[in-house]
Design a protein around this ligand. Structure first.
Ligand SMILES: *Cc1c(COP(=O)(O)O)cnc(C)c1O
Length: 405
């Protein structure tokens, strides 16, 4: 019986596949931007479950949406449509360039749909040869075999070959390097407007504009992976709006569900038709429960109040980080937009980002890494200013701890 099981971090090593290395505590409760572990110790959440909990934990609008829908209808699969999915799709198309939406359960699946659509587009409109995908080094697009193949980090593909073919990687923010790879057989150019896992590196506006032109010139689709940069994170609803460069396909997940598993591929009418009946699908994609919660989340985060709040809180974080820098001199750069922030560690601390994360956890603040040299912050978009202040106080003690070690 479940009652007799001692649930602790140790149980992880006993019963879980060892592909993760979770920290030493087990969270049991969250409210707003605070989380509590099994011992009752409280943490400030600057991690947001990796850029997911956009409204913090257990936001009343989300709880209500979940509770209401949970008493109505959970699942019918895509043999029938449902009201929450249609409402959410209508909102997403009203709020963006897109005319059509495909729902799925994660960022990787949204990208999988985008890449498959791009290949179908090449196949339907041109020939089987128009199948090449051009992507960027250091990019991250998910962990399925297709998405690790399009992703620009070798370590995620290692040992999983043979991988899908026809994928090339150029340098991010180097238009000429991408131009050299794009040709008549290119069906898609894929880019994160802000590289997340790759170290919180924003694209230059001119780079995205150049990709837009390249894609148009070669009749390739421009795909923006906004799984991390989207859904309010940058202070615009989607980063493409911030840049003023419109893709043909946009993928979104993470914050759009605020914690419920959902992803979506957004696309214009001109290309949606290439995922014709029977070409693609997902049993859970667009299920009423997830869509009802995501609708509540998108209603909140698309408001001017939340989006302008993100830009204000960005400034507040930056001021705090500059202050910490003047005290400790351990950073070289603070990067990012809105509430997707990265701190590049100075050379003496390269490879030690994880030490800062561990010390922060001990001091009661949850932060993330983005590679070995970058500290990443992706808190709730509505994190109270007092929680930012308190989290930074704890971060200061964590930095003192690491520097003294
Ligand atoms: C997290 C992430 C993904 C993968 O999303 P999952 O929900 O983990 O499958 C894809 N692209 C980017 C840019 C991401 O940050």
């Amino acid at each position: 019986m479940a009652d007799h099981i001692t649930v602790s971090r140790d149980l992880f090593d006993e019963v879980m596949v060892p592909n993760y290395a979770p920290g030493p505590i087990v969270p049991v409760k969250g409210q707003g931007s605070r989380v509590w572990d099994q011992e009752g110790k409280e943490y400030i959440d600057f991690a947001g479950g990796i850029a997911v909990t956009a409204l913090g934990h257990c936001h009343p609008a989300m709880v209500k949406a979940l509770q209401d829908q949970s008493e109505k209808l959970w699942h019918v699969a895509n043999v029938l449509t449902n009201e929450p999915a249609l409402r959410l799709a209508k909102k997403l198309t009203d709020l963006t360039f897109a005319d059509k939406v495909f729902f799925c359960n994660s960022g990787a699946e949204a990208n999988e749909a985008a890449f498959k659509l791009a290949r179908r587009y090449g196949y339907d409109r041109f020939s089987e040869q128009k199948n090449e995908i051009v992507s960027c080094k250091r990019s991250f697009h998910g962990r399925t075999l297709f998405t690790v193949s399009v992703g620009g980090q070798l370590k995620y593909r290692e040992g999983f070959t043979p991988a899908p073919e026809g994928i090339k990687h150029g340098e991010f923010n180097d238009l000429e390097s991408i131009r050299a790879l794009v040709g008549d057989n290119t069906c898609a150019i894929v880019v994160e407007p802000i590289q997340g896992e790759g170290g919180i590196v924003p694209a230059d506006k001119a780079f995205l504009e150049g990709l837009r032109q390249l894609a148009t010139d070669h009749q390739a689709l421009l795909v923006f992976d906004e799984v991390q940069s989207g859904a309010g994170r940058t202070g615009s609803l989607y980063a493409y709006q911030h840049y003023g460069v419109t893709p043909d396909i946009l993928t979104t997940a993470k914050a759009m569900g605020g914690g419920i598993p959902i992803g979506a591929m957004l696309v214009s009418d001109a290309y949606a038709k290439h995922l014709a009946i029977g070409t693609h699908g997902s049993t859970y994609g667009g299920n009423p429960l997830a869509c009802a919660v995501a609708e509540a989340v998108m209603d909140e985060i698309s408001s001017d109040a939340v989006l302008s709040g993100v830009r204000q809180k960005h400034q507040l974080f930056k001021e705090h980080f500059n202050q910490l820098q003047s005290e400790f001199d351990v950073f070289t750069e603070v990067r990012g937009e809105g509430l997707l922030l990265g701190i590049e560690l100075a050379e003496a601390w390269h490879g030690k980002a994880k030490d800062f994360v561990n010390a922060a956890l001990q001091e009661g603040v949850m932060i993330l890494v983005a590679g070995p040299n970058v500290l990443r912050f992706a808190p709730s978009l509505i994190i109270p200013d007092e929680d930012i202040q308190e989290g930074v106080n704890r971060l200061r003690r964590a930095i003192e701890r690491v520097v003294a070690a």
